[in-house]
Design a protein around this ligand. Structure first.
Ligand code: FES
Ligand SMILES: [Fe+2]
Length: 402
């Protein structure tokens, strides 16, 4: 049984009764005088109903990765802020996302991940759907042993498909079908990366099966993970080891235009090398930028790390106002680097390195959650130099809410 943490009725309370709209307007000001998002955006359950609609359902939101359902018939249920979904791999290898509800009397079709042979069968009265969502069987609908009814049109009772796009193995959905076309949406980021990973090289990424995934549950609002990821300001205090290799001065800000992503880049990335073992690199990567790596948060809920020899997707599953599951997926260039025995130890080390970094960040993102319970905090102030990408994320949230 899933406990919905968002009461569907909460959205009836206008935003102006939940928080001070002036405070929200104060976010999109010049950084020197702007405040951050008000406390209610991190602590108030009524607020979450607004965020759910305007941030998660109106936007291209991440619900998983394709490599978690690699084979035909692989299915996974997913709960997006109370909305039950099904992720499935169709027979043509295409990934589809459906609302996880039977068209008959609304039973939730799928409860756990599995591999299906040919159909999705509802456990209640056995109505059955193919992987494209077509209703293909309605046992006894016309009475015992009569599986048709002349007044019932099967073609109108298919599963409801969600607008979906797969990019770099990441599954994006737009629940309300109202965001711009994904190819246009991602264009500014692809253009930014055109001399690092072009469209051909995007196809080379392979998920690692042994050290390719880990997850962490954190006791804080999902937004803290994004805003922390966007800045390198905390490197010396929170990541002293990382700071020895690549300090604040080796980093630059990234602010996407139009405002859909932000983050930071480093000019001191060093490939992991053990003896003569190292990962394969992207072949079209600019030779002058081999030491560049970029860490970008694509709003709302995915963070991407791009390096000449590996790529990761760090995406967020909001579980409650103050609870989030972080999913980390690692990819390499080609199957030898991703899954070959020869580089296994290197993958293990790389995965451990990133996990340690993410673990170091937990104390700060949970600490911000605790701090936000203070009624004497006004949303805070930004460093005009160090916090620009973080401010960009706050502006994106505030502007979408208003
Ligand atoms: S609710 Fe699914 S078959 Fe009846
Ligand atoms: Fe960090």
């Amino acid at each position: 049984m899933i406990i919905f943490f968002v009461d569907q009725n909460l959205k009836n309370l206008p935003l102006s009764e939940i928080l001070d709209i002036d405070k929200l307007n104060n976010v999109d000001k010049p950084i020197e005088v702007a405040n951050g998002l008000p406390n209610e955006c991190y602590t108030n359950a009524n607020y979450l109903a607004h965020e759910r609609e305007k941030i998660f359902f109106n936007k291209w939101t991440v619900v998983g990765v394709g490599s978690s359902i690699p084979k035909i018939g692989d299915v996974k249920p997913y709960n997006l802020l109370g909305i039950p979904l099904i992720l499935i791999r169709d027979k043509d290898m295409k990934i589809r996302v459906f609302h996880n509800v039977c068209s008959h009397r609304g039973f939730k079709l799928l409860d756990k991940a599995c591999t299906l042979k040919n159909v999705i069968r509802c456990p209640y009265h056995s109505w059955t759907y193919d992987f494209k969502g077509n209703l293909v069987a309605t046992p006894h609908i016309g009475g015992l042993n009569n599986h048709q009814h002349k007044k019932f049109d099967k073609t109108k009772s298919h599963l409801k498909e969600v607008r979906t796009k797969i990019w770099m193995d990441i599954i994006f959905v737009n629940i309300n079908s109202n965001e711009i076309d994904f190819d246009n949406y991602i264009k500014p980021l692809e253009e930014r990366w055109s001399n690092l990973i072009n469209k051909e090289d995007q196809k080379l990424i392979v998920h690692s099966n042994d050290y390719g995934y880990f997850s962490l549950e954190v006791k804080c609002n999902w937004k803290f993970a994004i805003e922390n990821y966007c800045e390198s300001y905390h490197l010396p205090t929170i990541h002293p080891e990382l700071n020895k290799v690549s300090n604040i001065n080796d980093h630059y800000h990234i602010e996407g235009l139009p405002n859909r992503f932000a983050g930071q880049g480093s000019e001191k990335y060093e490939q992991l090398i053990k003896g003569n073992k190292k990962f394969k690199t992207f072949s079209n990567w600019d030779k002058d930028k081999l030491k560049n790596s970029e860490y970008i948060a694509l709003f709302p809920n995915v963070m991407i790390g791009l390096h000449v020899d590996h790529f990761y997707v760090f995406w967020l599953e909001p579980l409650a106002m103050n609870k989030t599951k972080e999913h980390m997926q690692m990819y390499y260039v080609g199957s030898e680097s991703a899954n070959g025995e020869y580089l296994k130890e290197l993958r293990k080390e790389n995965s451990r390195f990133w996990k340690d970094v993410m673990l170091e960040d937990i104390s700060v993102i949970e600490g911000m959650q605790d701090g936000r319970n203070s009624p004497f905090y006004n949303g805070g102030n930004f460093s005009p130099i160090m916090d620009q990408p973080t401010h960009q994320f706050h502006k994106w949230v505030a502007n979408n809410l208003i």
